[in-house]
Ligand binder design. Structure first.
Ligand code: 2F8
Ligand code: CA
Length: 266
């Protein structure tokens, strides 16, 4: 019986120990579970904090980006407006430039036309001036037929007289008609003629190179009395066609210049 009693006691102890061990295990498990739950909670909280921080950061970034996007949108709109304005200005300027170019071309054409007209008028004026010079006699000259005559108050050698006339756009008088001889004689002046036989003695030539064909020498002239190679008209005879004499060219005498007019302008 005692071993039975002892066997029950032992069994009871075993169960008791087992129960205790189980309780301890369960307690440990509870502790572990609790620790795990706490750890998990802490982890989740940490995670949540991180996520919140990330979300806040993202929100901030989002806000910043939104603000930038708005700014960019504003800038874009502003630039678009400016571009449109510039485009309008460009179009206006292009139209104005084209208008100016057209005006410039028109003006250039007009200017060319005016230049042409001006050149033409200048030419005509010059021609008229030349014609005028040949149809009118200068002041103090005498007009007869198609000649102008200048009776100089000076007395000069034949060469100086010729130069004097040339300086006046004329030459010493050349007599090529009876009427002209009468006119020159009527001036009643002892004056050089444009007639000389300097080159070939006895061969008289007018200063325009033409030979003497009709002459109005005084009786006995030309006689080359003292080496006389230049001719003059004098006023000693009444007859208008008896008037010429040859005298030394270096003598000083009056002079009559003649300028031809009525020339057809070329
Ligand atoms: O008698 C004619 C003769 O008369 C003058 O000489 C004396 C003239 N001389 C002058 O007039 C310088 C000659 O030419 C003229 O032939
Ligand atoms: Ca003579």
């Amino acid at each position: 019986m005692s071993w039975k009693k002892d066997g029950v006691g032992d069994q009871h102890s075993v169960w008791k120990r087992r129960f205790l061990a189980t309780a301890v295990c369960l307690g440990l498990l509870c502790v572990l579970l609790l620790a795990g739950i706490i750890g998990l909670l802490l982890y989740q909280r940490n995670l949540l904090n991180n996520l919140t921080a990330e979300r806040d950061q993202l929100q901030t970034s989002y806000n910043t980006l939104t603000a930038k996007q708005d700014q960019l949108q504003t800038n874009y709109s502003s630039l678009t407006k400016e571009r449109d304005q510039l485009q309008t200005s460009y179009n206006t300027l292009t139209a104005e430039r084209d208008q100016l170019q057209t005006s410039y071309n028109t003006l250039t054409a007009k200017q060319d036309q005016l230049q042409t007209n001006y050149s033409s008028l200048t030419k005509e004026r010059d021609q008229l001036l030349k014609i005028d010079k040949y149809v009118k006699c200068p002041q103090d000259w005498i007009r007869s037929s198609c000649s102008c005559y200048y009776i100089s108050p000076d007395e000069k050698t034949w060469d100086d007289s010729r130069k004097d006339c040339q300086a006046r756009g004329a030459n010493l008088v050349i007599i090529d008609s009876r009427e002209e001889q009468a006119l020159i004689k009527a001036f009643n002046k002892k004056a050089w003629l444009g007639l000389t036989d300097r080159e070939v003695e006895g061969t008289w030539r007018w200063v325009d190179g033409t030979p003497l064909t009709t002459s109005y020498w005084k009786k006995g002239e030309p006689n080359d009395l003292q080496g006389e190679d230049c001719a003059l008209v004098d006023n000693t005879q009444k007859d208008p066609v008896v008037a010429w004499n040859d005298v030394p060219c270096n003598h000083k005498n009056g002079l009559i210049c003649e300028r031809q007019v009525c020339l057809v302008y070329q």
